[in-house]
Design a protein around this ligand. Structure first.
Ligand code: AFD
Ligand code: MN
Ligand code: MN
Length: 429
């Protein structure tokens, strides 16, 4: 079952077919002159997928306000339906990542069925111990897994175990743990003891992981704690992952670093340590802005993918990172932002596949800095859109997902059946 009428996709694709064929054949010729077979690139791009965050289909907000959009999903089944639209039109987002308890459901097997109908599966499950739920006994105001009070830590551990249980019913294979734990004042927290408490708690969660599961540890330099955070950076994350064991790895959310940090180098280090769990893709200018992937710095996103493609090319053992979007759509239709961002990740991947790795090795070996950097630019500056469109067309997706979505009237249609969200309360998604 699909949410967008498939005939609309067929008709719109047909209307732009002739122009597409000319563009594709021209790019094929250009790449052939560079010794690249376009069909091989297409085949690799066709394997690329990025997970959708269930919270991404709702309108996000800031600390100041949230301006709800039309036809926002009212429950997790609506969210799955919206994610299905993104996947139907792009064919690049085959999985959804749930967040507990933002996503609630009385029958998880029913949800699994609904996802299957939308041709979706479940990616990592996310726990939430950074905000208090109405029915919870102890508060996370001063931390969760690293809280000074053992009973609060136990409650946070219990929640993560419940998430694993839900994830097992959905077919997830990973638990992503991000904690808001930290401090707002110098002296408020004993840094080493807080980290030790975090390790002790996460070890108990780790113990409960099924054999074929992984635990993704997400670091973040600040917010909601603004002086220090317990898992502040990739170093702390790597220390924790090493202490826990093979199934624990480090997740890189692009927005969780100070401005100007060389994230692609962090990625290379984590690959070297065999500890790169995967990504939350987004973009930022100032902090954890959660802007759309590649909207501000597409070159930086390309440089991250360059490290990933290089690692795969060099056959790094066990290299298999998980890709996900993690964005807050405050002023756009979330479905539109998610489609464009997923395609942007796919674009960066395709561009990274075009890097002439033999020539780059030679340039690096002979210290030819200018040639080396030009080789990256040559790949980045290639307009790979005909490749992406070819992959979409051959998979039955929309040649132009954005215009097809707008022509479908999906948002207006769900706006009629979904109640307008009353919540304008502030809140970062
Ligand atoms: C918050 C965090 C982090 C996390 C997400 C879901 O900043 O990015 O992945 O919540 O838990 O936005
Ligand atoms: Mn994240
Ligand atoms: Mn974030």
């Amino acid at each position: 079952m699909t949410a967008i009428h498939s005939q609309l996709i067929v008709d719109k694709n047909k209307a732009s077919q002739a122009a597409f064929e000319r563009d594709f054949s021209h790019l094929g010729e250009q790449l052939a002159r560079r010794g690249i077979q376009i069909d091989q690139v297409c085949a690799q791009v066709a394997t690329f997928g990025v997970a959708l965050p269930s919270w991404g289909v709702g309108t996000g907000g800031t600390r100041f306000a949230r301006f709800p959009g039309l036809g926002e999903p009212q429950h997790v089944f609506d969210k799955i339906q919206d994610c299905g639209v993104v996947h139907q039109l792009t064919r690049v987002t085959p999985t959804v990542s749930l967040h507990i308890p933002w996503d609630t459901c009385s029958d998880w097997s029913e949800l699994r069925g609904a996802a299957q109908n939308a041709q979706l599966q479940f990616d990592a499950i996310n726990s939430n111990t950074f905000s208090d739920q109405t029915d919870q006994t102890r508060s996370y105001k001063f931390g969760s897994l690293s809280h000074t009070d053992p009973a609060t830590r136990a409650q946070a551990i219990e929640h993560n175990l419940a998430c694993i249980d839900i994830g097992m019913q959905l077919g997830s294979k990973a638990l992503t743990v991000w904690v808001g734990d930290g401090s707002n004042f110098p002296g408020q927290q004993h840094f080493r003891r807080a980290f030790d408490r975090y390790l002790e708690s996460t070890a108990q969660i780790y113990q409960a992981l099924p054999d074929d599961w992984q635990m993704f540890l997400e670091h973040k330099l600040c917010e909601p704690a603004f002086y220090s955070t317990v898992i502040q950076d990739w170093g702390s994350s790597l220390m924790a992952a090493n202490a826990l064991g093979n199934k624990a790895q480090c997740l890189v959310d692009l927005g969780h670093h100070a401005p100007n940090v060389n994230i692609e180098m962090i990625v290379a280090r984590l690959i070297a340590a065999h500890k790169l769990a995967g990504f939350h893709f987004n973009d930022s200018k100032y902090g954890d802005d959660d802007l759309d992937a590649g909207s501000v710095s597409p070159y930086r996103l390309f440089l991250v993918f360059n490290e990933l493609v290089a690692a795969a090319h060099e056959g790094v053992a066990g290299f298999n990172p998980a890709y996900m979007l993690d964005q807050s759509h405050n002023v756009t239709d979330p479905i539109e932002s998610l489609m464009c961002s997923a395609i942007q990740c796919q674009r960066s991947y395709a561009q990274a596949l075009l890097v002439n790795r033999i020539a780059l090795d030679e340039a690096q070996q002979s210290n030819d800095a200018l040639r080396a950097t030009q080789l990256l630019k040559e790949a980045f500056q290639t307009d790979v859109d005909p490749i992406l469109e070819h992959v979409r067309r051959s998979q039955g997706a929309a040649a132009d997902p954005l215009s097809t979505y707008r022509a479908s009237g999906y948002r207006q249609s769900v706006a009629r059946s979904r109640k307008r969200s009353p919540s304008t309360a502030s809140g970062i998604v």
